[in-house]
Design a protein around this ligand. Structure first.
Ligand code: DC
Length: 225
């Protein structure tokens, strides 16, 4: 049985960075499932379709080939064979990803692909529905969260570092809108999975958060690495 660690939580909780670090320390892969929904969103936007249009967005996504590969342990996300890793993190793609991720047909396809990857690899998988839908039987489930203000502050810093000068109020209101969309959708909304350990990172450093997750993993699988 491969080692599978489910990591869920809202936008800006630091899942991606923390997951990269935890996976590296455990010498396992990190599957960023949000990147797969983002790649779908790029496909929909490129086709000139409205991500909020369920029928159009679902039909489009059903025709898209989404793959992930790894280069020196870092995930590359492919859309119909094109490496779109560098295009995933714009505000436009974020909003469109949250919209396409609402549609059951899109989720069905992504969940199946993610389950197949988890079946064959030792992985830490981060997303919104990993502990509830993708890997309900995972032995380790973590729900990583932080206050909305702290999450917005981290997102704002990240955007600044990428040269995107977005006002803080706009970052916070986008984040709250995505929270609403991710938590209130009908299919597999973001929630704390049964058996998950909740970690609130509002007042924790990155290292402290990593250590807390490693302690949960260690309690289950024993010391690794
Ligand atoms: O984690 P992220 O911000 O890159 O995710 C992008 C969007 O995809 C986000 O709005 C929620 C959605 N998502 C999801 O619904 N289920 C997942 N397993 C991962 C992401």
């Amino acid at each position: 049985m491969p080692i599978n660690i489910a990591l869920d939580g809202p936008v800006g909780a630091g899942k991606s960075t923390i997951a990269d670090e935890v996976a590296a320390r455990l010498s396992i892969l990190h599957l960023d499932t949000g990147a797969m929904y983002r790649a779908c969103a790029i496909g929909v936007l490129r086709s000139g379709l409205d991500p909020q249009d369920e029928a159009a967005a679902t039909a489009c996504c059903e025709g898209l080939q989404i793959d992930v590969g790894y280069e020196k342990g870092t995930q590359q996300t492919l859309l119909c064979g094109e490496d779109v890793t560098g295009l995933l993190r714009t505000p436009q793609v974020s909003a469109a990803a949250s919209a396409v991720a609402k549609w059951p047909g899109v989720r069905r396809k992504m969940v199946k692909a993610q389950q197949e990857l988890a079946r064959t690899h030792d992985m830490l998988i981060d997303g919104r529905d990993i502990g509830t839908r993708v890997l309900p039987d995972a032995k380790v489930k973590i729900y990583l969260t932080a206050s909305a203000e702290e999450r917005a502050r981290r997102r704002w810093l990240q955007l600044q570092q990428q040269g995107q000068n977005v006002p803080m109020e706009e970052v916070l209101s986008d984040l709250l809108a995505r929270d609403r969309q991710d938590m209130n959708r009908e299919t597999d909304p973001l929630r704390v999975a049964e058996g998950a350990t909740i970690i609130d990172s509002t007042d924790l450093t990155q290292e402290e958060t990593v250590e807390k997750i490693l302690a949960v993993v260690e309690a289950c699988y024993g010391k690794r690495g």
